[in-house]
Design a protein around this ligand. Structure first.
Ligand SMILES: *Cc1c(COP(=O)(O)O)cnc(C)c1O
Ligand code: SF4
Length: 324
C-alpha cells in the first residue's frame, strides 16, 4: 500500500471516511461554517488516526486535534509566529541549542500529522538535504554536547537511509552519550515507525536511548502503539511521554488520569505536560495556569507520583523548561 492511501490531505475525503456515524460528533466539534477548508497550516491526518477517531470513546477530543477550525485565523495579542524563540537559538540550519551541552536537531520538516495546536505551525521549515553532514560538522566543533535530541518535524519521517546516516554522523562523536528521539509516530503513523525497527533495535548498544512520544489523549493509544513501544522497550529504550494541555481535549482530571495509566500499561512514563506555546492560531486551545495547576493537584491525589507529569512552560531565552 502506498503512502497516498495512508494519509488524508483533503478534509472532504477524511470526513467521508469517518462516515455518517461520526457526523453528529463532527457537527458538535465544528458546527457548520466553522470548519476551515483552506487553512494556512494545511490539513493532514493519517488513516490510522482516522481509525482511532472511529473507535474512540471521546472522538470529539481527537477531532479537535486534527480538524482545522476558523478560530485559527484569529489574531490574538501575545500569540506570535516563533513563540519559543527557535529562530534566535538556531546555531546551524538544523541545530537548535538553548540548553547547556544538549542540542536539538530539526531533523526534517515533515511530520506524521498537522496538529492544529502545533507550536511550530508558523515555523519557516525547510527540509535540509544533508542534515547528517550538517549535524556532523556542527558536532565536530562542539565536543561538550552529550545529548542529541532528534526532533522536527518528526525524525522518524526520514527515509531509513537518511535516518541511518544521521545517527551514524552522531555516533562518530564519542562525546555524545545519549540519543533522544521526539516523535508522534507511534500514534500517528505506527506503520512508518516500525519501518525503522532494525536500526532502532541496534541503537542502545551505542547510546543511552530515550524516546519521548507525544500523546495527548488516552484514545490515541491502541494495540499498534503498544506494539511500537513494546518493541522499543524490549530493545532497551527508556520511554517517556509529553503531552500538551489542551482545552476541550485533555483538560479534565479523568482524561489525564486515564492517559497516565494507559501510557504506563504500554511501558511509557509521563514526562511533561506542557502549557500551550503561544503560536499564532492556537489561542482557542489555551487552559489557564490556574486551571492547569488545579488539574495537576487533582491527579496527584489519584495517581502514584511516577505517573504525574511535570507541568511546564517553555519561555524563550530560559535555560530549561519552566515549572508552572
Ligand atoms: C525542550 C527542549 C529540549 C529538551 O529539554 P528537556 O527539559 O531536557 O526535555 C532541548 N532543547 C530544546 C531546544 C528544547 O526546546
Ligand atoms: S507532531 Fe508535533 S511538530 Fe508535528 S504537527 Fe504535531 S505538534 Fe507539530
Amino acid at each position: 500500500m502506498d503512502d497516498a492511501t495512508k494519509v488524508f490531505t483533503q478534509i472532504s475525503a477524511f470526513l467521508e471516511y469517518l462516515g455518517p456515524e461520526c457526523a453528529a460528533t463532527i457537527a458538535n466539534v465544528t458546527p457548520q461554517g466553522e470548519l476551515d477548508h483552506s487553512p494556512k497550516f494545511p490539513f493532514l491526518c493519517s488513516r490510522h488516526y482516522a481509525d482511532l477517531i472511529r473507535k474512540a470513546t471521546e472522538p470529539e477530543a481527537l477531532l479537535r486535534e486534527i480538524l482545522p477550525h476558523i478560530a485559527e485565523r484569529e489574531n490574538v495579542a501575545g500569540f506570535v509566529d516563533d513563540p519559543v524563540g527557535d529562530l534566535p537559538a538556531g546555531k546551524a540550519d538544523c541545530v537548535i541549542q538553548k540548553y547547556d551541552r544538549r542540542a536539538l536537531i530539526v531533523s526534517t520538516a515533515t511530520c506524521g500529522a498537522r496538529c492544529r495546536f502545533c507550536f511550530r505551525k508558523n515555523y519557516p521549515f525547510q527540509n535540509i538535504p544533508d542534515v547528517a553532514r550538517q549535524v556532523g560538522d556542527w558536532l565536530d566543533t562542539h565536543s561538550d554536547i552529550w545529548e542529541v535530541i532528534l526532533s522536527g518535524g518528526d525524525p522518524l519521517m526520514l527515509g531509513p537511509g537518511e535516518f541511518r546516516d544521521l545517527v551514524e554522523a552522531i555516533a562518530m562523536h564519542g562525546s555524545v552519550t545519549t540519543l533522544r528521539i521526539h516523535t508522534r509516530l507511534p500514534v500517528m503513523r505506527p506503520d512508518v515507525a516500525m519501518q525503522h525497527f532494525e536500526l532502532l533495535r541496534e541503537l542502545p548498544a551505542r547510546f543511552e536511548c530515550v524516546l519521548v512520544s507525544h500523546v495527548d489523549h488516552p484514545d490515541e493509544l491502541d494495540e499498534e502503539s503498544q506494539m511500537v513501544f513494546g518493541q522499543l522497550k524490549y530493545s532497551g529504550w527508556t520511554l517517556l511521554n509529553q503531552s500538551v494541555l489542551l482545552k476541550g481535549i485533555n483538560d479534565s482530571a479523568e482524561t489525564l488520569e486515564k492517559l497516565s495509566r494507559k501510557l504506563f500499561t504500554q511501558g511509557v512514563l509521563p514526562y511533561y505536560l506542557h502549557q500551550l506555546d503561544h503560536a499564532n492560531g492556537v489561542a482557542h486551545f489555551e487552559v489557564s495556569d490556574e486551571n492547569a495547576r488545579a488539574l495537576i493537584e487533582e491527579i496527584r491525589k489519584r495517581l502514584p507520583g511516577y505517573l504525574v507529569p511535570k507541568l511546564v512552560r517553555e519561555i524563550a531565552g530560559e535555560k530549561s523548561k519552566t515549572p508552572v
